[in-house]
Design a binder for this molecule. Structure first.
Ligand code: ATP
Ligand code: MG
Length: 376
């Protein structure tokens, strides 16, 4: 794939929604550069961004269950997007039902998995909740790594999915083995699957984390006027000596670690060994950001990481992913706002803000006014 070309574009040109969240029926044509979505609270701004993200990956950045996306009074929701990417136009479609499996299609052809949507276009979504990226436990940072890597490397998505299936089977065995001791005979098979896929997962994550650290540090330094130094390092199973090294060697070390913890796993009835416990250690000026960073530092670090994700996705596909900033600009001081506005040029951007904001004027681009599930 081309590493850099100024001709490539990735953008959502048109979106049609029926019975999605608080939208009954709505068609919107977007600008290929900047789309400012403003309106009062609880009108449907975030819902609109959520639809753009959903069509890119089959996942909502905030809903726990798909059902939440279907309008309260309706039985099904439809989303359709016309997307320009890789020099072509794609029609993306998702139909969600109550009590039935969803349907995803690309150009009228059923998508085997959500990964097929991802190959058409990618998104980076940033909202105030992403401060948890710094403040919360390891799961939030693993999710951040996985979301980017699944978009960037289809093989990673496959390895991770296989790892998770084996992990779930093993978890079930560990939970029930005392009642059904025969289950233990299947354990070696799942252990081996976790070792094999886990080695691939670690290698991809470690390599990605190095580049992420580099880009995020540059963003953070610029955003803080050179006053702060952001460091990100990847933490995985302690037995793995070189996470970026040979996959065979990583697998060997994972296997040894797992077998050393076999007894403890059966006793605790939990999977104790493997990259499902990985984390990213984030430090600002040498201190653990999770424990010591201020609100502003946290926000800057989270933003720097998200913008780094965008750069890395662009390096992978040659096209900037669609960037969606939900309610973030108004929370930044003017200097940081300026930094973000300078940084987001180059790809398609969606920005939401509240009615009384000065941002619509500042940003330019196409302005949409959202009111009670309608866009004008
Ligand atoms: P804010 O500025 O407060 O972030 P917003 O414009 O981003 O507001 P949204 O999060 O888009 O608001 O939500 C708009 C409305 O959609 C909310 O009032 C919410 O209750 C409603 N809503 C959410 N899910 C559904 C659903 N499944 N059916 C109908 N309405 C829904
Ligand atoms: Mg919102």
């Amino acid at each position: 794939m081309p590493a850099s070309s100024t001709l490539l574009r990735m953008e959502v040109n048109e979106l049609f929604l029926r019975d999605f969240r608080n939208y009954r029926e709505q068609t919107v044509s977007f600008d290929s550069r900047c789309n400012v979505i403003f309106g009062e609270n609880a009108q449907g701004k975030t819902n609109l961004l959520e639809a753009v993200v959903y069509l890119s990956c089959g996942k909502s950045p905030r809903a726990r269950r798909e059902q939440e996306l279907i309008r309260f009074e309706a039985d099904r929701a439809s989303l359709r997007g016309t997307v320009f990417s890789r020099d072509r136009t794609f029609r993306m479609e998702a139909s969600l039902y109550r009590g039935r499996r969803r349907k995803l299609t690309v150009n009228g052809v059923a998508a085997k998995s959500a990964a097929a949507l991802n190959q058409v276009y990618q998104t980076v979504f940033f909202c105030p909740d992403d401060l948890y990226l710094i403040r919360e436990g390891a799961a939030a940072r693993r999710r951040f790594l996985d979301t980017a890597l699944c978009q960037l490397r289809p093989r990673y998505a496959l390895a991770l999915a296989e790892y998770r299936r084996a992990y779930e089977q093993k978890t079930r065995i560990l939970r029930d083995w005392e009642k059904y001791p025969d289950l233990l005979s299947a354990l070696p098979e799942f252990n081996e699957q976790m070792v094999r896929c886990g080695a691939a997962v670690i290698q991809y994550r470690a390599r990605y984390a190095v580049r992420l650290a580099e880009y995020a540090a540059a963003n953070h330094a610029e955003c803080s006027g050179g006053r702060e130094r952001l460091e990100i390092s990847y933490q995985t199973v302690s037995a793995v000596e070189e996470p970026m090294g040979d996959a065979g060697k990583i697998a060997e070390q994972l296997r040894a670690h797992m077998s050393a913890h076999g007894e403890a796993e059966r006793a605790s009835r939990l999977c104790l060994s493997g990259p499902h416990k990985d984390d990213l250690l984030v430090r600002i000026n040498g201190q653990d950001a999770r424990l010591y960073s201020s609100q502003g530092q946290t926000r800057t670090a989270a933003l720097s990481m998200k913008l780094a994700e965008r750069e890395l996705l662009k390096n992978g596909s040659g096209e900037y992913p669609v960037l969606l900033l939900d309610d973030v600009l108004s929370e930044l001081d003017p200097r940081r706002q300026e930094f973000v506005l300078n940084r987001i040029a180059g790809g398609q951007v969606f920005i939401t803000c509240c009615e009384d904001d000065r941002l619509p004027k500042l940003l330019g681009g196409k302005v949409f006014h959202v009111k009670q599930g309608g866009v004008a």
